[in-house]
Design a protein around this ligand. Structure first.
Ligand SMILES: *Cc1c(COP(=O)(O)O)cnc(C)c1O
Length: 347
């Protein structure tokens, strides 16, 4: 027997009041749809699968970063920023979403993109350019090194009289981003109770702020829904430490006394393959399967690996045919256009 997602409506409303106290700007078209995937479910042999379409947040081509940025950009605005600086891998979904959010809010953006194998004008880099971001390729790959460069650029911009806001994913920004997924829990809860569905698992591609927010939100309302994170690159140990730290900062920020410890976090690293940004045959198979059964496009870096995790859990019986899975589609769709060669080998 599974427990309901939400113990009481009043508890959820209590959480909503806490989230509503945190400054926020509207960037995403919410709620995102929660859709049944009956053909996918039947091909996989049973479990009910619902997909929460955060690829449809309506900011550029969508994704989980839209929700993060509702809180992050509010912080940037409150600090009087006129330009936002962020950096990551060349095809970063975060950077593209920052560029789009900056447009919507009348700010400028500077993107420091690593000059890696995918650093060409397709996918997110093409969108970054369309969005008018100041795209600068840098010969640094380590994310922490990229962030140091962002801070340096922010200082340079300040010398030019600009008010620059550098996004540091490991500090306060991480916990602000996580609030976006505490808010998601409230939204999902409403949709599930409206559809009269009790879900057992919430699968998601997960590195840091997204699972942190989910865990805090679900814990705060006493839900038994089990978050199963699938890592796109980090080891389970690395992500556990990261997620717990962000979750506890986010809880503090909301004034909650919920505590998340690393040991209670599931963030499988069995679907990583040879590393972040490297596809696996199972990932490619999952992308094809979802495309051909449901007409939904997953991405080769995050959601394809996460769905490979769902498929594997069903095939090896860890999820039973009578159970219900919510799959969080976190976006990343522009990435299919830079993985054409890899995707072509799925026949
Ligand atoms: C960034 C990203 C994730 C991971 O989100 P975190 O908040 O870092 O856990 C998952 N999926 C997609 C498509 C992303 O762009």
């Amino acid at each position: 027997m599974t427990a309901p997602l939400c113990e009481t409506r009043a508890v959820v409303e209590g959480l909503r009041r806490l989230v509503d106290k945190v400054p926020r700007v509207q960037l995403a078209a919410l709620p995102t749809p929660l859709q049944e995937c009956p053909r996918l479910s039947s091909v996989l042999g049973g479990p009910r699968i619902l997909m929460k379409r955060d690829d449809l947040t309506g900011l550029a081509l969508g994704g989980n970063k839209s929700r993060h940025l509702e809180f992050l950009m509010a912080d940037a605005l409150s600090k009087g920023a006129d330009v936002v600086v962020v950096g990551a891998a060349s095809q970063s979904n975060l950077c593209c979403q920052v560029a789009a959010a900056a447009c919507k809010l009348g700010l400028e953006s500077v993107l420091l993109l690593a000059r890696d194998e995918k650093a060409y004008y397709q996918g997110n880099v093409l969108l970054d350019t369309l969005l008018g971001a100041d795209v600068r390729f840098v010969d640094v790959r380590d994310r922490r090194e990229v962030f140091k460069l962002c801070e340096k650029v922010a200082v340079e911009l300040a010398h030019e009289g600009r008010r620059a806001y550098a996004i540091n994913p490991w500090s306060f920004a991480g916990s602000l981003a996580a609030i976006g997924y505490v808010n998601f829990v409230i939204e999902l809860c409403g949709q599930l109770s409206q559809m009269d569905v009790t879900a057992d698992y919430l699968f998601t591609a997960a590195t840091d702020a997204t699972p942190a927010g989910l865990l805090v939100g679900l814990k705060a309302i006493g839900s038994k829904l089990k978050v199963v994170g699938i890592s796109p690159g980090l080891s389970q140990h690395e992500s556990r430490v990261l997620v717990a730290a962000i979750a506890n900062d986010a809880a503090k920020l909301l004034g909650l006394d919920t505590h998340v410890s690393p040991a209670e976090i599931t963030n499988h690293d069995a679907y990583v393959g040879t590393g972040y940004g490297k596809t696996t045959p199972e990932c490619l198979e999952a992308i094809k399967l979802v495309a051909e059964t449901e007409g939904i496009i997953l991405d080769p870096v995050y959601t394809g690996k996460a769905m490979a995790g769902v498929v594997d859990h069903i095939r090896n019986g860890r999820i039973g045919p009578g159970e219900t899975v919510v799959f969080l589609h976190t976006g990343g769709v522009p990435l299919v256009f830079v993985y054409g060669e890899e995707l072509e080998c799925v026949k």
